[in-house]
Design a protein around this ligand. Structure first.
Ligand code: NDP
Length: 266
């Protein structure tokens, strides 16, 4: 029988998830249908209940419902607990299970680029939901230090305080975005500045070897500045593919190789 999956959000027409999951299904020979669900802003819980009542196997959750999904779950993975947000849902023994695959998606994307995370010294710009979601997987991948720099310093400090109890062996700290300096192996832009077209200035006293922009499909001044320094760069499409593959593997027990799907970017 064809297994049913979907992504739920508001808005939802832009989502690339159906295309990605159908490509994974084709590559692995799994019989599934993956659709888009537009949930009313005040009707998320009823929408997902209806999906599972009708025999649906798994749901991805996108803006603005990831925190609500986290609240509704009976069982959460550790990385979803740290993220305080859920992007992957399924039911087991009548209980709603939730995971957050964004962070592992980023780790798999960085691995696919051949960028080393073991003992890496990482700077993350931004302290929103995306940063929260990647902290535990980056630490588990062996990062020796993660510095979170944010425009609102108190938000970065709060994030470090919240995730610290879950993380051992990785030094964590918070700085203000206007104090950027020092040497890092990898810098990750997890601000939404590129989405709004706002400029993020990387000062000369900040040195880094590789630059990853979480946003994709838009020009990024962050990536332009990094490219001018001659370091390897990547936008966030590979993370999008990575998080989708991780959700696919939770539901279907097969993890197709990320590199096979990067050509879907357009
Ligand atoms: P949030 O709204 O939760 O957080 C936004 C962050 O950006 C905050 O830290 C905010 O700082 C900072 N920020 C916003 N505007 C500026 C600016 N002009 N200058 C400096 N800092 C700024 O967003 P998310 O964490 O959910 O998403 C962040 C980015 O990651 C987005 O580009 C999103 O598209 C991308 N993303 C990509 C994914 C992928 O699969 N590739 C997955 C998830 C996210 P402050 O706290 O001071 O307001």
């Amino acid at each position: 029988m064809t297994r049913q999956f979907a992504v739920v959000g508001n808005p939802i027409e832009h989502s690339r998830s159906p295309e990605l999951h159908h490509a994974f299904a084709k590559a692995t020979g799994i019989d599934l249908n993956y659709s888009r669900r537009l949930a009313p802003l005040d009707g998320f819980a009823a929408n997902i209940q209806e999906f599972f009542n009708q025999g649906g196997s798994g749901l991805n959750v996108t803006v603005p419902f990831k925190e609500q999904a986290y609240q509704l779950c009976d069982v959460l993975t550790p990385r979803a607990q740290v993220a305080r947000a859920v992007n992957t849902l399924w039911q087991q023994n009548g209980q709603l299970h939730g995971d957050n695959t964004d962070g592992q998606g980023l780790v798999d994307a960085l691995n696919a680029l051949g960028w080393k995370l073991e003992q890496a010294n990482i700077l993350i710009l931004g302290a929103g939901g995306a940063t929260r979601g990647v902290m535990l997987p980056l630490a588990q991948a062996g990062a020796s230090q993660i510095v979170v720099a944010n425009r609102t310093l108190s938000r970065a400090q709060q994030l470090i305080d919240d995730v610290q109890p879950f993380i051992t062996g990785t030094k964590l700290s918070a700085i203000s975005l206007d104090q950027l300096s020092g040497q890092f192996d990898l810098i990750i832009n997890a601000t939404s500045a590129s989405l709004s077209g706002e400029l993020l200035l990387l000062p000369p006293e900040l040195q880094f070897q590789q630059a990853y922009e979480m946003a994709y499909g838009k020009p990024s001044s962050f990536l332009e500045q990094a490219a001018q320094r001659g370091v390897p760069t990547s936008d966030g499409f590979s993370m999008l593919v990575g998080q989708a593959i991780e959700a696919f593997s939770i539901w279907n027990g097969i993890k197709p190789p990320l590199n096979d799907f990067l050509s879907l970017q357009h």
